[in-house]
Design a binder for this molecule. Structure first.
Ligand SMILES: N[C@@H](CCC(=O)N[C@@H](CS)C(=O)NCC(=O)O)C(=O)O
Length: 111
């Protein structure tokens, strides 16, 4: 059963920010290669995002897995919806699908 306080915090984050990356480490200092790769993609696309370091919060780390039904990190959310992890985000970036998704959802990018 997912902790409702954790669910509230997740909802506040993903509903209050267009793009949220739950990751290991911070955007400036990622502590996992998968998280670093998504930070790099988002930087290339030129989109502003909120990075949340799940290593600092074991409750959030577990709660997110249950909330999203996605067992690993990073997890990228756009406008409240889970897009996916590193593999999906990278594939979508390479095909141009990520840029299209952001444009369709009205998220500003510099690219
Ligand atoms: N194939 C995954 C790779 C990510 C991954 O395997 N993450 C692992 C190791 S960093 C993870 O989050 N494990 C669960 C945990 O550490 O809580 C993706 O596309 O995002």
């Amino acid at each position: 059963m997912v902790d409702q306080n954790v669910v509230e915090r997740i909802k506040q984050d993903i509903e209050g920010n267009d793009v949220v990356l739950y990751m290991k480490g911070t955007p400036v200092f990622p502590q996992c290669g998968f998280s670093a790769a998504v930070v790099q993609v988002l930087s290339h696309v030129g989109v502003k995002f909120k990075g949340v370091n799940i290593l600092e919060d074991p409750g959030l780390r577990q709660g997110l897995k249950e909330y999203s039904n996605w067992p690993t990190f990073p997890q990228l959310y756009v406008k409240g919806e889970l897009v996916g992890g590193c593999d999906i985000v990278r594939e979508m970036y390479e095909s141009g699908e990520l840029q299209t998704l952001l444009a369709d959802k009205g998220v500003a990018t510099a690219a």
